[in-house]
Design a binder for this molecule. Structure first.
Ligand SMILES: [Zn+2]
Ligand SMILES: [Zn+2]
Ligand SMILES: [Zn+2]
Ligand SMILES: [Zn+2]
Length: 611
């Protein structure tokens, strides 16, 4: 790629992995559409890669089977003087623009007319002078390619057309006909073509908008389509979120030994010096650099030799399973600056039984097993790559460096706090083995198997999962209604597996800046508060303003994967949900007489009575 063609744009840090990842079309600072280029070009003006390795994430990379480091992307800061620091590089895309007045298509008019991207550019047609606007169409393939629409070819699809392309000239126009359909016309040979919403092609002439070498080879089964740039199929990121837990979360990142440990180059330099006098000089130099006495540097070097940070023998299982266990295990001698700080409130929760409670409240106290307030959490979002058109075939994942050779993946760190609780397994097992409950969950499962929807992790569609997920959504909505947390700033994490003995919900905040956290969500974990909140959750599950329609729905949402759940009762803003706002059904909580599904809290009450 020629250096000159890289234009820099600023991208919100936290959005990098979720929406605006590598290969995504974003609106840049000049208010033009741009596409973010791959990590091979994440260099500063000296040609250095400007990323920083994220330390102590071995558990996450091991559990995810990623044999790579995780790196923070270059950070752009918005100041009142504009942007400072390094930004994520991006290129203008699409490079075609049409005249708002006459529809004439122009190839790279900014470059051709020598005009800056943030300036207006005008039509070159005689006496027109209309303003040009970027086209909003692109071509994608299921192999992850993205290219300009071959406007000349699309216009001349008919047989026996002899009109040679001339990419430097303006002779095609793109307009809308009376039926609202897009028409490409050639002013030279009068060919024209009306193109459909999903115009299929059999060829794509570019790998990515920032890669100019070679054209992609496709198999017969591969698909190429013309899509609008905001079509969800243009960009499907693959990301994974994970929490940093003990032992790695316990390593203090502000100590001298840690600073030295993470600066492996410095350690090596000291190590290589054999001459005692020179070694002493180097240690003094490092001491000044790290702003610590030389004695501490010597002590730190000794600790590193002895195996600091002593992490060799921690076992890694499943990502969720390990986190679940970490929540359940009280930690001794916690310091507030650790990355996973919990407070166990189960005893106080159980004490609630001694107060006078209604039957429903009693049932809530019985069904909630463990209550943990997560005072500090650190979440890592790993960007594994992206798909276009479809994420069904995992082979088609485009890695963050496109060629799949980099030894690191981009990732971001988020900080937050949350409320974690589990449900009583004995009661759940009894409930989830009821044939009526299984039957209703199986219907969703069958739809899921048929639906072409893809999620970031494997989901076991079971009664337990549908119950936990629906509860989680109602809880997020309740926290917004009662405590004023904007639902969009909350996130859910569902720990659900019968075989791994998990049934837990974490509701948490996660923001890029440790001081930017909303705070206060942990107050909701306080047992009497939590009981009030859950009481409202169970009450609200019974009712939707769109009932009876909502409750009686055979299916709603993508793939019909929701039953009794709609915008009015159960959906949450997109960033809050890990599962695309589906797999929700209030009937598992509110019950259904005809189907023989019990009211959940009544079921709990009966269970406790006969226990
Ligand atoms: Zn014009
Ligand atoms: Zn023509
Ligand atoms: Zn509803
Ligand atoms: Zn959700």
């Amino acid at each position: 790629m020629k250096r000159k063609t890289i234009k820099y744009t600023s991208v919100r840090f936290s959005h990098l992995t979720s929406y605006h990842g590598i290969g995504a079309i974003v609106r840049g600072t000049e208010d033009r559409l741009m596409v973010l280029v791959d990590t091979r070009y994440w260099k500063d003006k000296d040609g250095e890669i400007t990323t920083k390795e994220i330390p102590y994430v071995k558990r996450i990379t091991t559990a995810l089977n990623i044999d790579k480091e995780l790196h923070l992307p270059p950070e752009a800061k918005e100041t009142h003087e504009g942007l400072s620091g390094s930004y994520l590089p991006a290129v203008l895309f699409p490079r075609y623009a049409t005249c708002k007045k006459c529809g004439l298509l122009h190839n790279q008019p900014w470059k051709k007319q020598g005009i800056e991207l943030d300036e207006k550019v005008y039509c070159v047609s005689k006496n027109c002078g209309g303003i040009l606007e970027q086209v909003t169409w692109c071509v994608v393939s299921n192999k992850g390619h993205l290219a300009e629409v071959p406007w000349h070819n699309i216009c001349h699809l008919g047989p026996d057309v002899k009109c040679e392309p001339d990419y430097g000239a303006e002779y095609l126009s793109l307009t809308t006909n009376q039926n609202g359909k897009r028409v490409v016309r050639c002013h030279r040979c009068r060919s024209q073509h009306v193109f459909e919403k999903t115009q299929k092609l059999n060829h794509i002439n570019q790998h990515q908008p920032w890669i100019f070498e070679g054209s992609p080879e496709l198999d017969e089964a591969d698909k190429v389509e013309v899509l609008e740039v905001n079509n969800p199929g243009v960009y499907i990121p693959e990301r994974v979120n994970a929490l940093v837990i003990p032992p790695e979360s316990r390593i203090s990142q502000s100590t001298v030994v840690d600073k030295l440990f993470r600066n492996s180059k410095l350690c090596r330099e000291i190590d290589l010096i054999r001459n005692p006098l020179r070694r002493k000089g180097k240690i003094n130099e490092v001491a000044r650099l790290l702003n610590a006495p030389a004695s501490e540097i010597k002590q730190a070097l000794k600790e590193i030799k002895e195996g600091y940070p002593y992490l060799d023998d921690f076992s890694v299982n499943d990502l969720y399973e390990d986190e679940y266990k970490a929540f359940l295990e009280p930690l001794k001698d916690q310091k507030e600056d650790e990355d996973f700080v919990t407070e166990h409130l189960t005893n106080q929760w159980d004490d609630l039984t001694s107060s006078k409670l209604s039957d429903d409240l009693k049932s809530i106290v019985s069904i909630v097993d463990q209550v943990v307030s997560a005072r500090r959490l650190r979440e890592i979002q790993v960007f594994k790559g992206f798909y276009r058109l479809s994420s069904e075939d995992k082979e088609n994942l485009v890695s963050p460096d496109v060629i799949g050779e980099s030894n690191w993946l981009p990732a971001i760190e988020l900080f937050g706090e949350g409320v974690f609780f589990t449900l009583d397994k004995a009661i759940l097992e009894e409930w989830e083995s009821k044939p009526e409950v299984i039957k209703r969950a199986d219907e969703i499962l069958q739809r899921y198997e048929k639906a072409h929807v893809n999620f970031f992790q494997d989901i076991e569609v079971t009664p337990r999962f549908l119950l936990l997920h629906t509860l989680s959504h109602l809880l997020i909505r309740e926290l917004e209604a009662s405590a004023g947390y904007p639902a969009a700033s909350l996130k859910e994490r569902i720990y659900c597996s019968k075989s791994k003995n998990m049934a837990g919900i974490l509701i948490y905040t996660a923001v890029p800046d440790i001081v930017g956290s909303l705070g206060g969500i942990i107050n909701s974990a306080e047992p009497t508060t939590l009981l009030m909140i859950l009481d409202n959750v169970f009450k609200k599950a019974r009712w939707c303003s769109l009932d009876p329609v909502c409750t009686e729905h055979e299916g709603q949402g993508p793939g019909w994967l929701n039953r009794a759940a709609c915008h009015a009762c159960s959906l949450v803003p997109e960033p809050a949900c890990e599962y695309g706002n589906v797999f929700l059904d209030r009937v598992f909580i509110k019950g259904d007489d005809e189907e023989g599904i019990p009211i959940f809290l009544d079921f709990v009450f009966q269970y406790k009575k006969t226990e």
